[in-house]
Design a binder for this molecule. Structure first.
Ligand code: SAM
Length: 204
């Protein structure tokens, strides 16, 4: 997976490649799909949700540029696979998921792997996690029509946020950066397909 799907497609961040070699993706898919865990595509994880394609996870992490000192906020825990990668790359990870069954499964998987630098929350991540903000890095695994305002507010100066932006079949993996003075820059990178971000008020 790492050689053929990631390096051959241009992923070059050594820390991201190492994390993806170390974290066992097959522990994050349903038992019936273990044989396909390293396939070049997203897989269903129940509740009509998916674990994202390995390449898209790697690209998001490369854009995010996480350091060992980073405090990271992740919206859409899902299976917990990307959460485990973030835990490997960052100092502290705050992850939020709106579906309780998925959150509990993810918690159990990370606990079984001995990962201790992750805090979990059940709820709507489009509002952020005010008590833990500001964050150096924010990553969303569900697609929003616009960059959620609360998340811009909770991104630290010089911070980076990666999210799928758009709707339906018209989505772009997007890098949002915040300058030292608070100015925000939005840069679409590659087309992508993610499940929608569901805010408490409906699709975000
Ligand atoms: N990164 C995940 C992984 O590695 O398995 C994939 C997550 S899946 C593509 C997107 C997740 O976002 C789903 O589990 C969905 O329930 C969650 N989600 C959607 N809207 C959300 C919201 N407003 N707040 C928190 N989680 C949300």
């Amino acid at each position: 997976m790492v050689k053929s799907q990631l390096e051959n497609r241009g992923i070059s961040d050594r820390r991201v490649l190492k994390a993806m070699l170390e974290v066992p993706r097959h522990l994050f898919v349903p038992a019936s799909l273990v044989g396909e865990a390293y396939a070049d595509r997203p897989l269903p994880i129940g509740e009509e949700q998916t674990i994202s394609q390995p390449y898209i996870v790697a690209l998001s992490l490369e854009h995010l540029d996480v350091s060992p000192e980073s405090r990271v906020f992740e919206v859409g825990t899902g299976s917990g696979y990307q959460t485990a990668l973030l835990a490997y790359l960052a100092k502290d990870v705050y992850t939020i998921e709106r579906i309780e069954g998925l959150l509990e499964l993810a918690k159990g998987r990370l606990h079984a792997l001995g990962i201790q630098n992750v805090r979990f929350c059940l709820g709507d991540g489009s509002k952020g996690w005010e008590d833990a903000a500001p964050f150096d890095r924010i990553v969303l695994s569900a697609c929003s029509k616009e960059v959620p305002k609360a998340l811009i507010g909770q991104l630290a100066p010089l911070g980076r946020m990666v999210l799928p932006l758009g709707q339906g079949r018209s989505q772009w993996l997007t890098l949002v950066t915040k300058g030292a003075t608070g100015k925000v820059y939005v840069k679409p990178t590659v087309p992508c397909v993610f499940v929608p971000l569901i805010a408490d008020e409906g699709d975000s």
